[in-house]
Design a protein around this ligand. Structure first.
Ligand SMILES: [Zn+2]
Length: 226
């Protein structure tokens, strides 16, 4: 089991200094079919490890997946972010008593303002959905799965993903649709993912796991759709 340590960091937006969890290396015992890592030991420890991938400033709610000390923001970038954070409805309501997924939402808001790729925004929402599942927050899990699908589809349309990233992202759109009960949609995306895997990364032995996963989940979706 990995440990979550505390370290002082300074917010690159409002300069507030606070203690944030930082994670050393940790052990996983496989992944669920939507690639959520499984950890040995207690669920709550696993949630904390996933959460520690994003830092959120308790003063202004700026959040990012990158270490704060590595971020150097321009003044107009800072004011743009501050404005977005102030105007965000969810943050306004929930910031005083933040649920475990809120830092991912805040990082998505900030990532949009900072012009991050849709692929990366989707990854944030996917991790938020994992946290919600571990915390049994089902409606929020679905919300984040939908947001992940939306970001990933935009990424597939316009961000020129290649090889493994392309195949995995296509597969995940299928898997998240299956989890949301959209079985026909899911089946189409599994077929896409299979084709992408053959065309883009055919015969790469390190992607055999993905080939097996696509086949297994496609069979599952076929059973569920019947
Ligand atoms: Zn701040």
């Amino acid at each position: 089991m990995g440990e979550v340590r505390q370290a002082y960091v300074q917010c690159p937006v409002c300069r507030y200094v606070f203690r944030a969890p930082s994670t050393g290396s940790y052990v996983t015992v496989g992944r669920e079919p939507d690639l959520c890592p499984k950890f040995p030991g207690r669920q709550s420890d696993g949630t904390r490890l996933i959460q520690s991938g994003v830092t959120m400033c308790p003063a202004c709610s700026f959040a990012a997946g990158e270490p704060f000390e590595s971020l150097d923001l321009f003044p107009d970038e800072r004011s743009g972010i501050e404005e977005r954070l102030r105007e965000d409805g969810l943050l306004r309501v929930l910031r005083s008593n933040p649920p475990s997924w809120l830092p991912f939402h805040a990082a998505e808001v900030c990532g949009k303002e900072r012009g991050h790729r849709s692929k990366d925004l989707g990854d944030l929402c996917l991790r938020a959905s994992w946290v919600c599942r571990k915390e049994r927050e089902q409606p929020f899990e679905s919300t984040f799965q939908l947001r992940t699908i939306r970001h990933f589809m935009r990424a597939l349309d316009s961000e020129g993903l290649r090889r493994e990233e392309l195949a995995v992202t296509t597969y995940l759109v299928g898997e998240l649709n299956r989890r949301l009960g959209h079985h026909r949609e899911a089946l189409n995306w599994y077929v896409n993912a299979e084709r992408t895997l053959q065309e883009e990364a055919g015969g790469e032995p390190n992607l055999a796991w993905l080939d097996r996963l696509i086949n297994r989940q496609r069979e599952l979706a076929e059973e569920e759709a019947a």
